[in-house]
Design a protein around this ligand. Structure first.
Ligand code: PLP
Length: 392
Protein backbone atom coordinates (compact mmCIF):
# COMPACT_ATOMS: atom_id res chain seq x y z
CA UNK A 1 0.00 0.00 0.00
CA UNK A 2 1.49 3.31 -1.08
CA UNK A 3 1.86 5.95 1.61
CA UNK A 4 1.47 9.68 1.02
CA UNK A 5 3.38 12.13 3.17
CA UNK A 6 1.55 15.44 3.05
CA UNK A 7 3.42 16.54 6.20
CA UNK A 8 6.65 16.78 4.25
CA UNK A 9 8.02 20.32 4.06
CA UNK A 10 9.32 21.14 0.58
CA UNK A 11 11.12 24.44 0.13
CA UNK A 12 9.38 26.34 -2.67
CA UNK A 13 11.57 29.44 -2.57
CA UNK A 14 13.30 30.39 -5.84
CA UNK A 15 10.95 28.32 -7.99
CA UNK A 16 9.12 31.35 -9.38
CA UNK A 17 6.30 30.54 -6.99
CA UNK A 18 3.77 33.37 -6.82
CA UNK A 19 2.84 32.25 -3.30
CA UNK A 20 6.37 32.09 -1.87
CA UNK A 21 8.58 34.28 -4.07
CA UNK A 22 6.30 37.13 -5.13
CA UNK A 23 4.43 38.23 -2.01
CA UNK A 24 5.86 41.71 -2.41
CA UNK A 25 4.63 42.15 -5.97
CA UNK A 26 1.16 40.65 -5.56
CA UNK A 27 0.30 41.73 -2.03
CA UNK A 28 2.30 45.00 -2.15
CA UNK A 29 4.17 44.02 0.99
CA UNK A 30 7.63 45.23 1.90
CA UNK A 31 8.02 42.51 4.50
CA UNK A 32 8.48 39.20 2.72
CA UNK A 33 9.58 36.81 5.50
CA UNK A 34 5.96 35.99 6.22
CA UNK A 35 4.34 32.56 6.20
CA UNK A 36 2.40 32.61 2.92
CA UNK A 37 -1.16 31.41 3.43
CA UNK A 38 -2.79 33.39 0.69
CA UNK A 39 -3.15 32.38 -3.01
CA UNK A 40 -5.04 29.11 -3.69
CA UNK A 41 -2.17 26.81 -4.41
CA UNK A 42 -1.04 24.06 -2.11
CA UNK A 43 2.41 23.06 -0.88
CA UNK A 44 2.23 19.36 -1.80
CA UNK A 45 3.94 17.51 -4.62
CA UNK A 46 1.66 16.32 -7.42
CA UNK A 47 1.04 12.55 -7.55
CA UNK A 48 4.03 10.37 -8.39
CA UNK A 49 2.32 9.08 -11.56
CA UNK A 50 1.94 12.64 -12.83
CA UNK A 51 5.61 13.41 -12.20
CA UNK A 52 6.64 10.16 -13.91
CA UNK A 53 4.43 10.83 -16.94
CA UNK A 54 5.92 14.32 -17.24
CA UNK A 55 9.48 12.93 -16.99
CA UNK A 56 8.95 10.43 -19.78
CA UNK A 57 7.25 13.03 -21.96
CA UNK A 58 10.23 15.34 -21.40
CA UNK A 59 12.65 12.50 -22.19
CA UNK A 60 10.90 12.01 -25.51
CA UNK A 61 12.29 15.44 -26.27
CA UNK A 62 10.05 16.66 -29.09
CA UNK A 63 7.48 19.30 -28.23
CA UNK A 64 5.84 20.18 -31.53
CA UNK A 65 2.25 21.35 -31.97
CA UNK A 66 -0.02 19.09 -29.96
CA UNK A 67 -3.70 18.28 -29.74
CA UNK A 68 -5.88 16.49 -27.17
CA UNK A 69 -5.88 12.80 -28.01
CA UNK A 70 -8.33 9.99 -27.17
CA UNK A 71 -6.54 9.28 -23.90
CA UNK A 72 -6.97 12.86 -22.76
CA UNK A 73 -10.74 12.86 -23.28
CA UNK A 74 -11.28 9.35 -21.97
CA UNK A 75 -9.27 10.00 -18.80
CA UNK A 76 -11.40 13.07 -18.00
CA UNK A 77 -14.71 11.37 -18.88
CA UNK A 78 -13.85 8.34 -16.73
CA UNK A 79 -12.73 10.54 -13.85
CA UNK A 80 -16.04 12.43 -13.70
CA UNK A 81 -17.96 9.19 -14.01
CA UNK A 82 -15.96 7.48 -11.21
CA UNK A 83 -15.64 10.39 -8.81
CA UNK A 84 -18.87 12.30 -9.35
CA UNK A 85 -21.23 9.87 -11.14
CA UNK A 86 -21.43 12.48 -13.88
CA UNK A 87 -21.76 11.44 -17.52
CA UNK A 88 -19.87 13.75 -19.84
CA UNK A 89 -20.01 13.51 -23.61
CA UNK A 90 -16.84 13.92 -25.53
CA UNK A 91 -18.30 16.46 -27.90
CA UNK A 92 -19.14 18.80 -24.97
CA UNK A 93 -15.43 19.46 -24.36
CA UNK A 94 -13.76 22.68 -25.33
CA UNK A 95 -10.32 23.44 -23.88
CA UNK A 96 -8.33 26.56 -23.14
CA UNK A 97 -5.23 27.43 -21.14
CA UNK A 98 -7.02 28.10 -17.87
CA UNK A 99 -10.39 28.66 -16.26
CA UNK A 100 -9.99 32.42 -15.94
CA UNK A 101 -9.12 33.06 -19.60
CA UNK A 102 -12.07 30.89 -20.63
CA UNK A 103 -14.42 32.80 -18.32
CA UNK A 104 -13.15 36.08 -19.72
CA UNK A 105 -13.75 34.96 -23.31
CA UNK A 106 -17.24 33.74 -22.41
CA UNK A 107 -18.04 37.06 -20.79
CA UNK A 108 -17.02 38.75 -24.05
CA UNK A 109 -19.02 36.26 -26.08
CA UNK A 110 -22.24 36.24 -24.07
CA UNK A 111 -22.59 39.87 -22.98
CA UNK A 112 -22.03 43.38 -24.30
CA UNK A 113 -19.98 46.17 -22.71
CA UNK A 114 -22.02 47.85 -19.99
CA UNK A 115 -24.15 44.77 -19.31
CA UNK A 116 -24.26 43.05 -15.96
CA UNK A 117 -22.76 39.79 -14.70
CA UNK A 118 -24.20 38.47 -11.43
CA UNK A 119 -21.87 37.00 -8.81
CA UNK A 120 -22.55 35.95 -5.24
CA UNK A 121 -20.62 37.95 -2.64
CA UNK A 122 -18.18 37.44 -1.10
CA UNK A 123 -16.81 36.65 -4.56
CA UNK A 124 -13.49 35.38 -5.93
CA UNK A 125 -11.54 38.57 -6.62
CA UNK A 126 -10.46 37.50 -10.13
CA UNK A 127 -14.16 37.34 -11.12
CA UNK A 128 -14.38 41.04 -10.30
CA UNK A 129 -11.20 41.71 -12.26
CA UNK A 130 -12.29 40.01 -15.49
CA UNK A 131 -15.78 41.52 -15.31
CA UNK A 132 -14.49 45.07 -14.78
CA UNK A 133 -11.57 44.81 -17.22
CA UNK A 134 -13.96 43.64 -19.93
CA UNK A 135 -16.17 46.70 -19.29
CA UNK A 136 -19.03 44.69 -17.85
CA UNK A 137 -20.79 45.56 -14.60
CA UNK A 138 -20.50 43.30 -11.56
CA UNK A 139 -23.90 42.82 -9.96
CA UNK A 140 -23.57 41.35 -6.49
CA UNK A 141 -26.18 39.08 -4.98
CA UNK A 142 -24.88 38.91 -1.41
CA UNK A 143 -24.89 35.50 0.24
CA UNK A 144 -26.63 35.28 3.58
CA UNK A 145 -24.54 34.42 6.62
CA UNK A 146 -25.87 31.62 8.81
CA UNK A 147 -24.39 29.32 11.47
CA UNK A 148 -24.58 26.40 8.97
CA UNK A 149 -22.62 28.34 6.33
CA UNK A 150 -23.62 30.78 3.62
CA UNK A 151 -27.00 30.60 1.87
CA UNK A 152 -28.36 31.98 -1.38
CA UNK A 153 -30.75 34.95 -1.19
CA UNK A 154 -33.24 33.98 -3.93
CA UNK A 155 -35.62 36.89 -3.33
CA UNK A 156 -32.82 39.39 -3.82
CA UNK A 157 -31.56 37.44 -6.82
CA UNK A 158 -34.94 37.68 -8.49
CA UNK A 159 -35.05 41.43 -7.87
CA UNK A 160 -31.64 41.79 -9.52
CA UNK A 161 -32.62 39.63 -12.48
CA UNK A 162 -35.82 41.59 -13.00
CA UNK A 163 -34.16 44.97 -12.63
CA UNK A 164 -30.97 44.40 -14.66
CA UNK A 165 -31.88 41.52 -17.04
CA UNK A 166 -28.21 40.46 -17.00
CA UNK A 167 -27.10 38.03 -19.70
CA UNK A 168 -24.82 36.11 -17.32
CA UNK A 169 -24.62 34.59 -13.86
CA UNK A 170 -21.10 33.54 -12.88
CA UNK A 171 -21.50 30.80 -10.30
CA UNK A 172 -18.69 29.40 -8.19
CA UNK A 173 -19.29 25.83 -6.99
CA UNK A 174 -17.69 24.84 -4.63
CA UNK A 175 -17.55 28.46 -3.62
CA UNK A 176 -14.31 30.36 -3.22
CA UNK A 177 -13.86 31.86 -0.60
CA UNK A 178 -16.53 30.37 1.69
CA UNK A 179 -16.19 26.65 0.84
CA UNK A 180 -19.94 26.15 0.32
CA UNK A 181 -20.93 23.39 -2.13
CA UNK A 182 -24.33 24.23 -3.55
CA UNK A 183 -26.69 21.25 -3.43
CA UNK A 184 -29.15 20.03 -6.02
CA UNK A 185 -32.14 21.96 -4.62
CA UNK A 186 -30.17 25.18 -4.35
CA UNK A 187 -28.89 24.82 -7.91
CA UNK A 188 -32.34 24.02 -9.28
CA UNK A 189 -33.86 27.05 -7.62
CA UNK A 190 -31.08 29.28 -8.90
CA UNK A 191 -31.30 27.87 -12.43
CA UNK A 192 -35.07 28.21 -12.49
CA UNK A 193 -34.78 31.92 -11.77
CA UNK A 194 -31.99 32.45 -14.30
CA UNK A 195 -33.94 30.61 -16.99
CA UNK A 196 -37.02 32.71 -16.30
CA UNK A 197 -35.04 35.88 -17.06
CA UNK A 198 -32.97 34.47 -19.94
CA UNK A 199 -29.69 34.51 -17.99
CA UNK A 200 -27.01 31.96 -18.90
CA UNK A 201 -25.25 30.32 -15.94
CA UNK A 202 -21.52 29.68 -16.17
CA UNK A 203 -20.55 27.39 -13.31
CA UNK A 204 -16.89 27.54 -12.29
CA UNK A 205 -16.33 24.04 -10.86
CA UNK A 206 -12.54 24.14 -10.58
CA UNK A 207 -12.79 23.08 -6.89
CA UNK A 208 -15.14 20.13 -7.54
CA UNK A 209 -12.73 17.38 -6.50
CA UNK A 210 -11.58 19.06 -3.30
CA UNK A 211 -14.64 18.43 -1.19
CA UNK A 212 -14.63 17.02 2.32
CA UNK A 213 -14.69 13.20 2.25
CA UNK A 214 -18.31 12.82 3.40
CA UNK A 215 -19.64 15.54 1.08
CA UNK A 216 -21.08 15.25 -2.41
CA UNK A 217 -20.40 17.62 -5.26
CA UNK A 218 -23.32 18.49 -7.57
CA UNK A 219 -22.34 19.85 -10.95
CA UNK A 220 -24.63 22.08 -12.92
CA UNK A 221 -24.46 19.26 -15.49
CA UNK A 222 -25.98 16.79 -13.02
CA UNK A 223 -29.33 18.52 -13.25
CA UNK A 224 -30.56 17.12 -16.52
CA UNK A 225 -30.68 17.93 -20.20
CA UNK A 226 -33.59 20.36 -19.84
CA UNK A 227 -31.05 22.94 -18.58
CA UNK A 228 -28.39 22.31 -21.20
CA UNK A 229 -29.21 25.31 -23.38
CA UNK A 230 -28.57 27.63 -20.45
CA UNK A 231 -25.46 26.27 -18.73
CA UNK A 232 -21.71 25.93 -19.16
CA UNK A 233 -19.40 24.21 -16.65
CA UNK A 234 -15.71 25.01 -16.27
CA UNK A 235 -13.36 22.41 -14.88
CA UNK A 236 -9.67 21.59 -14.62
CA UNK A 237 -7.28 19.11 -13.03
CA UNK A 238 -5.12 22.05 -11.96
CA UNK A 239 -6.55 22.85 -8.53
CA UNK A 240 -7.01 19.18 -7.58
CA UNK A 241 -3.51 18.04 -8.42
CA UNK A 242 -1.46 21.22 -7.97
CA UNK A 243 -0.91 21.85 -11.68
CA UNK A 244 -1.88 25.51 -11.88
CA UNK A 245 1.08 26.55 -14.02
CA UNK A 246 0.65 23.61 -16.44
CA UNK A 247 -2.26 25.36 -17.97
CA UNK A 248 -5.22 23.55 -19.46
CA UNK A 249 -8.89 23.62 -18.49
CA UNK A 250 -12.06 22.20 -19.99
CA UNK A 251 -15.24 24.12 -20.60
CA UNK A 252 -18.12 21.66 -20.93
CA UNK A 253 -20.77 23.10 -23.22
CA UNK A 254 -23.69 20.77 -24.01
CA UNK A 255 -25.46 23.23 -26.33
CA UNK A 256 -24.01 22.84 -29.86
CA UNK A 257 -24.55 26.47 -30.91
CA UNK A 258 -22.91 27.87 -27.76
CA UNK A 259 -20.08 25.39 -28.13
CA UNK A 260 -19.50 26.31 -31.77
CA UNK A 261 -19.46 30.00 -30.90
CA UNK A 262 -16.88 29.39 -28.15
CA UNK A 263 -14.68 27.26 -30.40
CA UNK A 264 -14.85 29.96 -33.07
CA UNK A 265 -13.74 32.50 -30.51
CA UNK A 266 -10.80 30.30 -29.46
CA UNK A 267 -9.81 29.97 -33.10
CA UNK A 268 -10.15 33.69 -33.63
CA UNK A 269 -7.47 34.17 -30.96
CA UNK A 270 -5.20 31.36 -32.20
CA UNK A 271 -6.02 29.40 -29.05
CA UNK A 272 -6.38 26.05 -30.79
CA UNK A 273 -2.98 24.57 -29.90
CA UNK A 274 -2.41 22.79 -26.60
CA UNK A 275 0.57 22.47 -24.30
CA UNK A 276 1.93 18.92 -24.49
CA UNK A 277 3.10 18.87 -20.87
CA UNK A 278 -0.21 20.21 -19.58
CA UNK A 279 -2.11 17.47 -21.42
CA UNK A 280 0.30 14.77 -20.23
CA UNK A 281 -0.06 15.91 -16.62
CA UNK A 282 -3.87 16.20 -16.73
CA UNK A 283 -4.25 12.82 -18.43
CA UNK A 284 -2.02 11.00 -15.91
CA UNK A 285 -3.72 12.77 -13.01
CA UNK A 286 -7.18 11.69 -14.14
CA UNK A 287 -6.00 8.17 -14.96
CA UNK A 288 -4.00 7.41 -11.83
CA UNK A 289 -4.82 10.10 -9.24
CA UNK A 290 -7.62 8.43 -7.25
CA UNK A 291 -5.66 6.99 -4.34
CA UNK A 292 -3.54 10.13 -4.01
CA UNK A 293 -6.66 12.32 -4.00
CA UNK A 294 -8.48 10.13 -1.45
CA UNK A 295 -5.51 10.56 0.87
CA UNK A 296 -5.28 14.28 0.18
CA UNK A 297 -8.97 14.75 0.94
CA UNK A 298 -8.51 13.00 4.28
CA UNK A 299 -5.43 15.09 5.06
CA UNK A 300 -7.22 18.34 4.19
CA UNK A 301 -10.26 17.33 6.25
CA UNK A 302 -7.97 16.64 9.20
CA UNK A 303 -6.21 19.99 8.65
CA UNK A 304 -9.59 21.71 8.69
CA UNK A 305 -10.73 19.90 11.85
CA UNK A 306 -7.42 20.58 13.60
CA UNK A 307 -7.41 24.26 12.60
CA UNK A 308 -10.98 24.84 13.76
CA UNK A 309 -10.25 23.26 17.15
CA UNK A 310 -6.99 25.18 17.52
CA UNK A 311 -8.82 28.44 16.74
CA UNK A 312 -11.49 27.64 19.32
CA UNK A 313 -8.91 27.06 22.04
CA UNK A 314 -6.20 29.62 21.17
CA UNK A 315 -7.88 32.30 19.02
CA UNK A 316 -11.42 32.60 20.44
CA UNK A 317 -12.19 35.93 18.72
CA UNK A 318 -11.95 34.24 15.31
CA UNK A 319 -14.85 32.25 13.85
CA UNK A 320 -14.43 29.75 11.04
CA UNK A 321 -17.17 29.42 8.43
CA UNK A 322 -18.79 25.99 7.92
CA UNK A 323 -17.64 24.57 4.61
CA UNK A 324 -18.11 21.45 2.51
CA UNK A 325 -15.18 21.90 0.21
CA UNK A 326 -12.00 23.69 -0.93
CA UNK A 327 -8.87 23.94 1.23
CA UNK A 328 -9.73 27.52 2.13
CA UNK A 329 -10.76 28.73 5.58
CA UNK A 330 -12.98 31.81 5.61
CA UNK A 331 -12.39 33.46 8.96
CA UNK A 332 -14.54 36.09 10.62
CA UNK A 333 -12.23 38.54 12.40
CA UNK A 334 -14.84 41.23 13.09
CA UNK A 335 -14.60 40.73 16.84
CA UNK A 336 -11.13 42.30 16.70
CA UNK A 337 -12.87 45.57 15.86
CA UNK A 338 -10.23 46.64 13.33
CA UNK A 339 -10.63 48.18 9.90
CA UNK A 340 -9.17 46.10 7.06
CA UNK A 341 -5.99 48.18 6.69
CA UNK A 342 -5.17 47.84 10.39
CA UNK A 343 -6.13 44.16 10.37
CA UNK A 344 -3.64 43.54 7.55
CA UNK A 345 -0.92 45.44 9.39
CA UNK A 346 -1.31 43.42 12.60
CA UNK A 347 -1.40 40.17 10.63
CA UNK A 348 1.91 41.14 9.06
CA UNK A 349 3.63 42.69 12.07
CA UNK A 350 2.35 40.47 14.88
CA UNK A 351 1.03 37.23 13.38
CA UNK A 352 3.69 37.22 10.62
CA UNK A 353 1.40 35.56 8.10
CA UNK A 354 0.36 36.65 4.61
CA UNK A 355 -3.35 35.96 4.10
CA UNK A 356 -5.92 36.93 1.49
CA UNK A 357 -7.75 39.91 2.93
CA UNK A 358 -11.51 39.41 2.95
CA UNK A 359 -12.11 42.90 1.56
CA UNK A 360 -10.53 41.78 -1.73
CA UNK A 361 -13.63 39.54 -2.12
CA UNK A 362 -15.91 42.57 -2.12
CA UNK A 363 -17.88 44.41 0.55
CA UNK A 364 -19.17 41.18 2.12
CA UNK A 365 -15.60 40.18 2.91
CA UNK A 366 -14.84 43.18 5.12
CA UNK A 367 -13.52 42.03 8.49
CA UNK A 368 -12.78 38.53 7.16
CA UNK A 369 -9.59 36.83 6.02
CA UNK A 370 -9.09 33.77 3.84
CA UNK A 371 -6.43 31.29 4.88
CA UNK A 372 -5.09 28.48 2.73
CA UNK A 373 -5.14 25.16 4.61
CA UNK A 374 -3.46 23.30 1.72
CA UNK A 375 -0.14 22.93 3.47
CA UNK A 376 1.77 20.66 5.87
CA UNK A 377 0.32 20.76 9.40
CA UNK A 378 3.43 22.52 10.70
CA UNK A 379 2.47 25.69 8.81
CA UNK A 380 -0.98 25.63 10.40
CA UNK A 381 0.65 25.39 13.83
CA UNK A 382 2.77 28.45 12.99
CA UNK A 383 -0.31 30.31 11.73
CA UNK A 384 -2.24 29.57 14.93
CA UNK A 385 0.73 30.70 17.04
CA UNK A 386 0.77 33.93 15.02
CA UNK A 387 -2.98 34.55 15.20
CA UNK A 388 -2.90 33.90 18.96
CA UNK A 389 -0.72 37.04 19.28
CA UNK A 390 -3.73 39.18 18.33
CA UNK A 391 -6.36 40.11 20.89
CA UNK A 392 -9.44 42.35 20.66
C1 PLP B 1 -12.97 29.73 -8.43
C2 PLP B 1 -11.69 29.80 -9.21
N1 PLP B 1 -11.73 29.88 -10.54
C3 PLP B 1 -10.60 29.95 -11.28
C4 PLP B 1 -9.36 29.95 -10.68
C5 PLP B 1 -8.14 30.07 -11.52
O1 PLP B 1 -8.19 29.18 -12.57
P1 PLP B 1 -7.03 29.11 -13.67
O2 PLP B 1 -5.73 29.13 -12.94
O3 PLP B 1 -7.29 27.83 -14.38
O4 PLP B 1 -7.20 30.29 -14.56
C6 PLP B 1 -9.28 29.87 -9.28
C7 PLP B 1 -7.98 29.88 -8.61
O5 PLP B 1 -7.87 30.03 -7.44
C8 PLP B 1 -10.48 29.80 -8.53
O6 PLP B 1 -10.46 29.73 -7.19
Amino acid sequence: MESFDFNQIIDRHNTGSVKWDFLDRYLHLTKTDLLPMWVSDFDFQSPKEVRQALSSRIDHGIFGYSERDDLYYQAAIDWFSRRHQLTLHRDWFTSIEGVLPGLALLIQMLSKPGEGVIVQGPYYSSFAKIIAMNDRVLIENPLLESPEGYKIDYAHLEQLLEQHRPPLFLLCNPHNPTGRCWDRDELLQLLGLCKKYGTTVISDEIWADLILPQEKFTSILHLGSEWHRHVIAATSASKTFGLSSLRISNFLIPDPALRQAFNDRLNAHGLDVFNALSMTAATAAYQYGDAWLDNLQNYLAENRRWFEQALASSVPWCRMTKAQGTYLAWLDCRDLGLDDGTLQQVLIQKAKIAVSMGCSFGERGQGFIRINLGCPRQYLEEAIAGLAQLTP
